[in-house]
Design a protein around this ligand. Structure first.
Ligand code: SF4
Length: 118
């Protein structure tokens, strides 16, 4: 049988619960901050320049279909709703979800949904 905790013990349990929540939230924010990578730039990265990378697909110097941007690319590993995310072609950097480069490859699932060819 469980005894009713004393007021002092109840207060301690509340404080311990609050402390645990604060530690869990801090760990979440810290892991996201650590996971963020430097943003890719064609002005400083020779590979990005060679592949005509741009943060804004609508400003790409190479003509491409309008629906092509990093978020729709098979190489993009960012999460839905985030502005920047990692790309397999540019390890160590985040690319813009609305960006584009000439290594673009349509996601299989997108091609299936849109009845497009790669
Ligand atoms: S390979 Fe795909 S995700 Fe990576 S920069 Fe080029 S278009 Fe964006």
């Amino acid at each position: 049988m469980i005894e009713n905790p004393s007021p002092g013990r109840r207060r301690f349990l509340k404080l311990a619960g609050g402390f645990t929540a604060v530690v869990a939230l801090s760990a979440t924010f810290l892991s996201r901050a650590v996971a963020a990578l430097p943003h890719l730039s064609a002005s400083t990265n020779p590979t990005a320049k060679a592949l005509h990378y741009t943060d804004d697909a609508s400003e790409a110097v190479v003509h491409h279909p309008p629906m092509q941007h990093c978020m729709m690319c098979q190489h993009y590993k960012g999460h839905m709703g985030e502005t920047w995310g990692p790309c397999e072609i540019f390890p160590g950097y985040d690319v813009n979800a609305k960006g584009w480069c000439s290594a673009y490859k349509a996601r299989e699932s997108m091609m299936h949904m849109m009845h497009m060819k790669p």
